[in-house]
Every structure is written in structure tokens, then in C-alpha cells.
Design a protein around this ligand. Structure first.
Ligand code: HEM
Length: 136
């Protein structure tokens, strides 16, 4: 049962229920906006890494939107791990925004002002965490 007060969790569950796995939609949007990011994933022939990564991103966002410390630690760790993959820290800001925009499009009129506000607040918190970690 969804925690009705966590609109981030609500939006992720609602998208999954109504549209299934949003992996393809997220990466299509990312690559349309930032074609150079597609090159980072050339090794991921089957799309398995993209799917696995987005699943971990969702867990991270769910935790970050709640009380947990896992989300912030995860971001810190992944910024370091991803530098080895050629992903600069500022790309994390882009990616989280792309996730939000994809869900917003999929939810249409159910993307209500309170849902939008919850995402805006979380994105601001994520941006701050990324800036703390790296001079973006
Ligand atoms: C909190 C944010 C992120 C988390 C938790 C995360 C997590 C992960 C995980 C778990 C993998 C390994 C997937 C697997 O091989 O099964 C992965 C791979 C990867 N991630 Fe991320 N990631 C994050 C952000 C980003 C961003 C912003 C980018 C840039 C668009 C990115 C690009 C990549 C690439 C290029 C790979 C390697 C794909 C391959 O194996 O070819 N990640 N990520």
C-alpha cells in the first residue's frame, strides 16, 4: 500500500501501473535531449544495464524522498563510480530532471500541482547533494 503522503512514491507506482516499465521512455527522452549521452551506453547492447540502472535510481529517489540516508550515500558513491564510466557529475542533474519530465508526460493531467511541488522540492535537494559532492 502506497504511503499517500509520499507523492514521489505515488507517481512512480502510478506510472508502473498504467504504463508498465518506463525505462524506454526515460532513455529515449534523455538521448533526444542530449544525443552525446547515447555514446556512453554503446556497450549496453541489450539494454539490461539501462534497466538495472533505472531500477536503482528509482530506489535511490524513493529513499531520498523519505527519511533514509541511503539515497544521499548512493548518489555520493555513484558520482565516484560513474566518473570511471566517463559520466561527469553535472549529468546527474540532467538525468534526474529527465526522469521527472518522463513521468510528468506519462501521467498527464494526474501530474497535479502537489505532485509537481514534491518533485521540484526533491530535485532541488538532489541538486544540492550533487553540488556538495562535486564542484558542478
Ligand atoms: C543516482 C544515480 C545513478 C545510479 C544509482 C546509477 C546506477 C547504475 C548502476 C547500478 C549501473 C550498473 C548497471 C549494470 O551493469 O547492471 C550503472 C551503469 C551505468 N550508468 Fe548509471 N547510475 C546513476 C546515474 C547515471 C547517470 C546520470 C548517467 C549518465 C547518463 C549514468 C550512466 C551510466 C552508464 C553509461 C553505465 C554503464 C552502462 C553499461 O554497462 O554499458 N548513470 N549505473
Amino acid at each position: 500500500m502506497t504511503d499517500e503522503t509520499n507523492l514521489i512514491a505515488w507517481s512512480l507506482e502510478e506510472v508502473a501501473e498504467r504504463h508498465g516499465d518506463p525505462t524506454q521512455a526515460v532513455y529515449e527522452r534523455l538521448f533526444a535531449q542530449s544525443p552525446e549521452m547515447a555514446e556512453l551506453f554503446v556497450g549496453d547492447k541489450t539494454g539490461a544495464a539501462r534497466g538495472e540502472m533505472l531500477a536503482v535510481v528509482f530506489q535511490t529517489l524513493l529513499d531520498f524522498s523519505g527519511a533514509g540516508a541511503f539515497g544521499a550515500n548512493m548518489i555520493r558513491a555513484e558520482i565516484v563510480n560513474h566518473e570511471n564510466l566517463g559520466v561527469p557529475p553535472k549529468v546527474f542533474v540532467t538525468f534526474f530532471r529527465t526522469v521527472m519530465e518522463t513521468l510528468r508526460e506519462l501521467l498527464g493531467s494526474d501530474w497535479t500541482p502537489p505532485v509537481a511541488a514534491a518533485w521540484d522540492e526533491m530535485l532541488a535537494g538532489l541538486d544540492a547533494a550533487i553540488h556538495r559532492e562535486a564542484a558542478v
